[in-house]
Design a protein around this ligand. Structure first.
Ligand code: ADP
Ligand code: MG
Length: 221
């Protein structure tokens, strides 16, 4: 069973092809990394897989369902139920505490479960920082709040777009350890990164160039 099948996906802006006929599959429970130069289409691909954007053509099958056929409302539901998102820029709400930011994920369920949010913060080692605002936290701590927010619904698929891009080495390894923990618990993972070291945590690395797959590397060999 595949968690993800990307079939002949293209995305163009006028004459610019951000993605040109991408085909790839990710098996259930697998970890994939995506590398490639700036502008090669990595974020465009992640946004399409993450139900935040639609391809111009082609299909994306997520957990057996063709998400390219769904309405925006249905996409929101799929994102809520199946996907955990982690970004380079953290995307935390600046005037909400760490705890409230994690609980935001729950607002979609029209149910605010403070206990579960605290539990998620505990899992990333930030229980004691629950009442802090993002600006009172270090970059590494902010990224761990994001991970707590991403893992709260036990997502089948974690999408992380340059999750360690703004972090020093110590925080990078904390974040990678958390991703390994989620992977062991059964989540499939896709990580976009510029770092070969980060990419090697995955079983497979796909290299994009000019919106096309230039190379597929088996990291287990
Ligand atoms: P990467 O994440 O690999 O740096 P992106 O996926 O962000 O690359 O972008 C791929 C290409 O698509 C780039 O040339 C970028 O300028 C272009 N692009 C991305 N989003 C838009 C948009 N909304 N409108 C026009 N061009 C875009
Ligand atoms: Mg990008």
């Amino acid at each position: 069973m595949n968690i993800l099948e990307v079939n002949n996906v293209s995305k163009n802006y006028g004459s610019l092809y951000a993605l040109a006929d991408i085909n790839m599959t990710v098996g259930d429970g697998k970890w994939l990394s995506i590398m490639g130069p700036s502008g090669s289409g990595k974020s465009t691909l992640m946004n399409i897989i993450g139900c935040m954007d639609k391809p111009t053509s082609g299909s994306v099958i997520l957990d057996g369902q063709d998400i390219t056929q769904l309405s925006l409302t249905d996409l929101t539901v799929i994102r809520r139920d199946k996907i955990g998102l982690i970004f380079q820029q953290f995307h935390l709400v600046p005037y909400l505490t760490a705890l409230e930011n994690v609980m935001l994920a729950q607002y979609y369920h029209s149910m605010v479960d403070e206990k579960e949010a605290l539990n998620a913060l505990e899992r990333v080692g930030l229980h004691a920082r629950a009442k802090h605002l993002p600006r009172q936290l270090s970059g590494g701590e902010q990224q761990r709040v994001c991970i707590a927010r991403a893992l709260i619904n036990y997502p089948k698929l974690i999408l992380a777009d340059e999750p360690t891009g703004n972090l020093d080495e110590a925080n990078e390894s904390l974040v990678m350890n958390l991703l390994h923990q989620l992977h062991q618990e059964g989540s499939s993972i896709i990580v976009v990164t510029h770092s070969p070291e980060v990419a090697k945590h995955a079983e497979t690395t796909v290299v994009l160039e000019h919106g096309k797959i230039a190379q597929i590397i088996d990291n287990l060999k």
